[in-house]
Ligand binder design. Structure first.
Ligand code: SF4
Ligand code: SF4
Length: 243
C-alpha cells in the first residue's frame, strides 16, 4: 500500500496536478505554438522509417519532445539563477533507488519496441539476461554498466527526474531527502504530452482529451515499471534473435 501511495504521489507530481489546467490553451496541433515554445537546444528524436511503419511511435516521440523542451526550459531558468543541474552522464543512483517509476501504455510499447528492434550486440545480450531474471526489488532492468540502455525512449518520469545542486549520494532518493532540489515538472508540457498520447488510445476529440487530463482519469492507465513482466520482453527478444 505504501508503494502505491508513493506512486500516486509521484505521479501527481509528475503530472503536475493537471486538474485545473486549461488545456484549451495548449493546442498541440497549432504549428505556431509549437515553434514558439521550442528550446533551441532540444532536438526531437527521429526514426523516420519506423515512424512511417508505426504511427504510434510518432505520437510517443512527439510527446517526449514536448516533455524534453519543458525540462530544458526549467533547467535553463535554474541555471540562469546560478543553480546547476547535478545530473550527469554515468550518474545512476536514481536508477537503483527508484522502484515506483510510472509508465503509461504508449511508453511501455515504445520501450518494448526499442529494446527489441534497436538494441544490439553486447548490450542486447546483457539486457535480455537482466529482463529475464528481473525481480521487483531489483534496480531498473534497463540500467547497464551505469547507463540507461533505453536512454532515447526512457519514460517521461525519468526524463523529468532532475536534481539540482549536489548529485545523489549512494542510496539517496532526493525526492524524500531534499525535495527542494528536485525539479518540478513543467505542467503545461506534461499536459501537452498527455494530450498527444491520448490519440494512441483512440481518443481523438480535443474536448474528450482535455477532460481525461483535467479530471485525472489519464492516471488510471499508469503502470509501474517495476511491476511489468519484463521476462516477456526477454522472450520476445530471444525469439527474434533465434529466427
Ligand atoms: S537524480 Fe541523482 S543519481 Fe540520478 S542522475 Fe540526477 S544526480 Fe545522479
Ligand atoms: S529507464 Fe533508464 S533512466 Fe529510467 S530508471 Fe531505468 S535505467 Fe534509469
Amino acid at each position: 500500500m505504501k508503494d502505491k501511495l508513493e506512486l500516486n504521489y509521484k505521479v501527481s507530481l509528475i503530472c503536475a496536478l493537471t486538474y485545473s489546467v486549461k488545456l484549451s490553451n495548449c493546442k498541440y496541433m497549432s504549428k505556431k505554438k509549437q515553434n514558439k515554445s521550442g528550446s533551441g537546444k532540444t532536438r526531437r528524436l527521429h526514426f523516420p522509417n519506423d515512424e512511417k511503419e508505426h504511427p504510434w511511435l510518432k505520437l510517443l516521440i512527439d510527446s517526449y519532445y514536448v516533455v524534453d523542451k519543458g525540462v530544458a526550459g526549467a533547467i535553463s531558468i535554474k541555471e540562469k539563477n546560478g543553480i546547476n543541474l547535478a545530473c550527469r552522464e554515468g550518474c545512476s543512483t536514481c536508477c537503483h533507488t527508484h522502484k515506483d517509476i510510472p509508465l503509461y501504455p504508449l511508453e511501455l510499447k515504445g520501450i518494448a519496441w526499442y529494446a527489441a528492434e534497436k538494441i544490439k550486440g553486447t548490450v542486447r545480450a546483457i539486457l535480455k539476461n537482466q529482463l529475464a531474471g528481473f525481480k521487483r526489488n531489483h534496480s531498473c532492468p534497463f540500467l547497464i554498466k551505469g547507463s540507461c540502455s533505453i536512454h532515447q525512449l526512457r519514460p517521461m518520469a525519468c526524463r523529468q527526474f532532475n536534481v539540482f545542486g549536489t548529485p545523489c549520494s549512494e542510496g539517496e532518493d532526493p525526492y524524500y531527502s531534499r525535495r527542494e532540489d528536485v525539479m518540478n515538472p513543467v505542467k503545461k508540457h506534461v499536459d501537452q504530452a498527455f494530450f498527444i498520447m491520448l490519440s494512441f488510445h483512440g481518443i481523438e476529440k480535443e474536448s474528450d482529451r482535455i477532460k481525461i487530463i483535467n479530471d485525472g482519469s489519464i492516471h488510471k492507465m499508469v503502470k509501474e515499471l517495476h511491476a511489468c513482466k519484463w521476462n516477456h520482453l526477454a522472450n520476445k527478444m530471444e525469439k527474434a534473435d533465434t529466427k
